[in-house]
Design a binder for this molecule. Sequence first.
Ligand code: SF4
Length: 101
Amino acid sequence: MSDVSRLPGPMDHAWQWQRLGACRGMDSAVFFHPDGERNPSRARRTAQAKAVCQRCPVMDMCREFALETREPFGVWGGLGESERRVLLERRDQQKRLVSAS
Ligand code: SF4
């Protein structure tokens, strides 16, 4: 599922933080799994991507961007796809609770 267009691209204002990303210039295949990739290679690739994120100065912004846009693929802000899904489900549940109260 490698897709270079998903990595830092046009420098409009909303994307300015991406020029500081530790992944800038890296092969997007580190962050996006190829079709059909399974463990253990998928786990190794994801761990490698997360290690890059851990030393990234814009990790929090990247993570929030991926959550706000509900990015379905890849490692963003140190979180994998399933981790973001869990966080989004929690946020959605909290919003439903607040709106029902
Ligand atoms: S947190 Fe990870 S994916 Fe996001 S910009 Fe930094 S290195 Fe790239």
